[in-house]
Design a protein around this ligand. Sequence first.
Ligand code: NDP
Ligand code: 8X3
Length: 255
Amino acid sequence: MERADPKSLTVLVTGATSGFGAAIARRFAAEGAKVIATGRRRERLAALKKELGARCHAVALDVRDRKAVEALPRSLPNGFAAVDVVVANAGLARGLEPAPQADLDDWDAMIATNVAGLAYTVRAFLPGMVERDRGHVVVLGSVAADFPYPGGNCYGATKAFALQFAQNLRADLLGSNVRVTDVEPGLAETEFSLVRFRGDAEKAKAPYRGIDALTAEDVAEAVFWACTLPRRVNVNRLQMMPVMQACGPFAFKRR
Ligand code: NDP
Ligand code: 8X3
């Protein structure tokens, strides 16, 4: 099977300072790809750049900042400007309260990052990829897009946006050689829960207790696989869960 050569790829990853994004940056860099690592935490970006060396270009970026995201493609240095793979990974969950008690600031944060930030990121790089007739958009969705759970409310809805956006992009990009994949992981142990529970380490540990959860490296492997398949292949959706996770039954409130 004739796979895409990772050495020929320039890969941009949002949210590369932690979790999936950091693992995806490392996975591609290990195979010789050039990586543009972005995120807000500068010290973590500097550490990643030091670790990955000259094949890594690091840019401090808040994906909610539309102007900064729009300006990013033109600001990239020679050798990093022709981006082949955009991994729109930056995102977060905030809170797990039922909708009537949820904090609207949490909803704003999730919509601004997971919906608007993701759309800005993808839109910024589409024209270049279409012009070069070569590219791959990977968005980080979630099983939360498909399976509602108590307290998932706005978070699940933002991930449904990622899925639907990706599928609609496929319709617009038909006729080009630009691929689009929605990656939908289930429970994975990263800093995700720490962010969701605002730094409460005890609460953050609870979802993973007794579960062999997905790792960031598992998700990075799936992204790498989808991006290095022969160019004729488009993985539309890639849903993955720990073996120890499954979908629950319907819920009933009996009278
Ligand atoms: P982490 O919290 O470990 O990583 C999140 C990353 O997103 C960080 O690098 C963070 O960087 C970045 N980020 C957050 N907000 C912004 C912003 N405004 N601008 C730029 N970067 C931002 O979580 P995960 O690695 O687990 O999550 C990555 C993605 O995967 C998210 O979209 C998440 O919703 C999704 N996901 C996670 C699952 C899980 O169980 N862990 C399962 C399914 C999907 P910084 O703070 O430096 O900006
Ligand atoms: C993250 C997975 O189940 O915590 O998207 O929402 S879950």
